[in-house]
Design a protein around this ligand. Structure first.
Ligand code: ATP
Ligand code: MG
Ligand code: MG
Ligand code: MG
Length: 339
């Protein structure tokens, strides 16, 4: 019997459009002899769209409005064998949708509530990974209320890290709201921006010199495997939104031209992180590599990474001999696996 799959895409975060692009690829790739796939687009306002509007949204690449309240629609998820929540960022990748599906008793692709929520929040991720002994940059947390009541306190916390530093909303992706702050004069604007997007903001020290950026894919549940390591190269100052999504701005190298022992360490650290965070199904783990010192630091873990045919995660597994269709099929199998 064919498995019935509900594919969720779009959603309320700043990565709405990226998600719809990924969903188009996954929809085309799930083998029709094994799966009966129903896509449901989620509007930017968080409402679930009916089939015709969903088709329109997939074509247009955006669903601004329309649809029904989630709680009116979730009953329609019943009867599916599994859900593929191909959603990035808050209200999708952060455990909220995972909680809804868990309550509804429907298996789904990717991490559960715990792994999704902890991995989405860069501060919680750093705390958990520090206790697992994983090397990371120095960081500080600030919450919105502090930025409105004690600005000097927050500025002093940033100064402890030294400049340049990075200011990031704790729960976002695609570099939305991230600033590289070169000196104290740029700090306030960066904090205003980050706090306009999140109640929690992370301040991160920069690595000693400009790092090389490595990414690795992890696939599996309680016995995960790591892909070959990939490297991103670009001319911009950091891997910002424009560099990520403008054709031709970034080069992908798979396998990354790095020493064998560095690649081995990246893969080991990624698997350790995946287990420490209780991830499941898939994750893309991002690293900084300092060539001169050989130092490797883990930057972050993405539990629902970009998933178009040309995205890093599928390309990493393709290099390992697992094609795009086989990969998405495997992810659904993992969702249905007894754990
Ligand atoms: P993704 O789209 O991968 O989910 P994100 O929005 O979660 O990205 P990060 O990966 O944390 O953001 O940071 C985006 C980019 O900013 C990095 O790829 C890197 O180029 C730069 N960057 C972030 N933090 C640091 C740091 N501490 N030191 C140096 N560069 C950094
Ligand atoms: Mg991220
Ligand atoms: Mg992300
Ligand atoms: Mg990243």
């Amino acid at each position: 019997m064919k498995k019935r799959i509900l594919l969720l895409a779009g959603g309320q975060s700043g990565e709405h459009e990226v998600s719809l692009m990924s969903a188009r690829s996954v929809l085309a790739a799930l083998p029709r002899d094994q799966f009966d796939v129903t896509p449901v687009a989620i509007s930017k306002q968080g409402r679930w769209l009916p089939p015709t509007d969903t088709r329109q949204a997939l074509e247009n690449g955006v669903a601004a409005t329309g649809g029904d309240l989630v709680l009116h629609r979730v009953a329609s998820a019943e009867g599916y064998d599994a859900v593929f929540p191909l959603l990035h960022g808050p209200m999708g990748e952060d455990g909220t949708v995972q909680g809804l599906l868990t309550l509804a008793g429907i298996p789904f692709v990717g991490s559960g509530v715990l792994g999704s929520a902890v991995s989405m929040d860069k501060v919680m991720t750093k705390q958990v990974l520090a206790s697992a002994g994983i090397p990371q940059v120095a960081w500080r947390l600030a919450v919105r209320r502090e930025w409105s009541t004690d600005q000097d306190g927050v500025r002093a916390r940033a100064a402890e890290l030294g400049f340049p530093l990075f200011v990031k909303p704790a729960n976002l992706g695609s570099s939305v709201g991230i600033s590289k702050v070169h000196g104290p004069e740029e700090l306030d604007a960066a904090l205003d921006l980050a706090f306009s997007l999140d109640r929690r903001v992370i301040l991160e020290a920069m690595t000693a010199s400009r790092p090389r950026e490595l990414e690795v894919g992890v696939l599996g549940n309680d016995a995960p495997i790591a892909s070959p390591v990939g490297e991103l190269r670009f001319a911009s100052e950091f891997y910002d939104y424009e560099t990520k999504y403008t054709e031709g701005r970034a080069e992908v190298h798979i396998p990354a031209p790095i020493p064998e022992d560095v690649a081995r360490r990246v893969r080991e650290l990624a698997l350790t992180a995946f287990r420490a965070l209780d991830c499941a199904g898939l994750a893309r783990v991002d690293f900084f590599y300092l060539e001169e010192s050989g130092e490797l630091v883990l930057n972050e873990v993405n539990t629902m990474p970009g998933f178009t045919q040309t995205s890093m995660y599928p390309k990493l597994f393709e290099a390992a001999g697992l094609g795009y269709s086989e990969l998405v099929t495997r992810l659904v199998e993992l969702a249905l696996e007894e754990r």
